[in-house]
Design a binder for this molecule. Structure first.
Ligand code: TXA
Ligand code: MG
Length: 349
């Protein structure tokens, strides 16, 4: 199948193009589209065959449920059996935006879309192209991140082309996703809300609205045998082709350790990649150095993370050493993705 790639302008959106993309979804086809977090691979959430096509195009296990994207807050009541008070407060505070909520599912949502679960994940993106596209598609777009299963999520149309070209009808190109990390997921289907995936909407921001909430134990102790509540969190996502190791410690010690490790690897004939920050990039003497941005601007780091991981796949490095990030604010979400990419290989210095 030929994949059409269509560029869209946020200031002057081509509505006929949006309608064309919406019509593909209504016919049961697939369209990748930009959101503020990462690109999504969209299909009709209420059509089980569309969900099957999404799993096939991504090469994703079909027990891993999809997020249903909506463009109107009220539409949540059409697909959720119950919307608790705390969920309403979160919707009021953070929708549209990078927050996904898990509700008991209404029978209108096919089991295929939710991987057989009786709950449904719902998100209302703030991205203007995404909102217009969801409207045009009929209001309910199932969309996982638009990457091939096991690869880093896509933050620009070029990444989607790399992974899904020839497998989907259309890619809407809205440029670089401004956040770059997937949405925060909160399960509100049971009495006590639980964070299933950290994102730029942090625990503190959520607690400011609804009071104390738990984080899924499987995220805190990821090497343990605790099974994550979000099925997708159990897979080794975001895996670059090279072996990735995170080096943790005080900045100067990290630079020294990475220089030492990189020198040794090069002696062994290996090609080395280094994931640095603007503050340290010039201090590394070996390998291919890529900076994620300035540490004082966490948003830059999150925005560039997946692109840098992908770019190393193209340079054929054998091993990558990465600096680590603190737990405060977005740091937790950044580290969650990095640790998964590294299969939890960390060296403390
Ligand atoms: O920012 C995002 O959330 C992006 C954009 C495209 O919206 N989407 C995204 O989807 O990251 P995906 O499929 O790559 O990740 C969704 C995660 C998976 O870990 C999945 O297991 C979990 O959400 N999930 C979906 N439905 C669930 C449910 N009913 N219960 C628990 N976890 C669920
Ligand atoms: Mg994903």
């Amino acid at each position: 199948m030929e994949t059409l790639i269509k560029k869209l302008n946020y200031d002057k959106m081509d509505l006929s193009l949006i309608r064309e993309a919406g019509a593909i979804i209504r016919r049961g086809g697939l369209v990748a589209f930009p959101t503020e977090t990462v690109y999504g691979l969209g299909g009709d959430a209420l059509n089980p065959q569309s969900s099957e096509k999404i799993y096939a195009a991504k090469g994703r296990p079909s027990d891993n449920p999809l997020i249903v994207h909506i463009a109107e807050k009220e539409d949540v009541y059409k697909i959720a059996r119950q919307v608790p008070e705390k969920a309403k407060q979160l919707m009021e505070a953070f929708w549209p935006g990078p927050l996904t909520l898990i509700f008991p599912k209404d029978s209108i949502v096919p089991d295929k879309t939710t991987g057989g679960l009786d709950t449904v994940a719902v998100r209302m993106p703030s991205d203007k192209i995404a909102a217009a596209f969801i409207h045009a598609a009929g209001g309910f777009v199932a969309a996982p991140s638009a990457n091939a299963s096991g690869r880093p999520s896509t933050t620009m149309a070029e990444h989607v082309v790399e992974d899904l070209s020839g497998r989907i009808e259309m890619i809407l190109d809205g440029g670089q996703a401004v956040i770059g990390l997937e949405s925060t997921i909160v399960d509100v289907s049971e009495e006590h809300p639980v964070i299933l995936r950290p994102g730029v909407i942090t625990k503190e921001m959520l607690e400011a609205v609804i009071g104390p909430l738990e984080t899924d134990q499987a995220l805190i102790a990821p090497d343990s045998s605790v099974k994550p509540k979000a099925p997708g969190m159990k897979y080794r996502h975001y895996a670059p082709k090279a072996v990735l190791t995170i080096v943790e410690g005080e900045s100067k010690a990290v630079v020294e350790a990475v220089n030492h490790l990189a020198a040794r690897a090069e002696e062994e004939g290996k090609r080395v990649g280094i994931i640095a920050t603007d503050e340290t990039a010039d201090c590394y003497q070996y390998g291919t150095v890529r900076s994620l941005g300035a540490r004082c601007h966490e948003e830059e780091i999150s925005m560039h993370l997946f692109d840098v991981l992908r770019s190393f796949d193209e340079t054929d490095v054998d091993c990558i050493y990465s600096e680590s990030f603190g737990d405060a604010k977005i740091g937790q979400a950044i580290m969650n993705r990095l640790l998964k990419a590294a299969g939890h290989k960390v060296i403390h210095v």
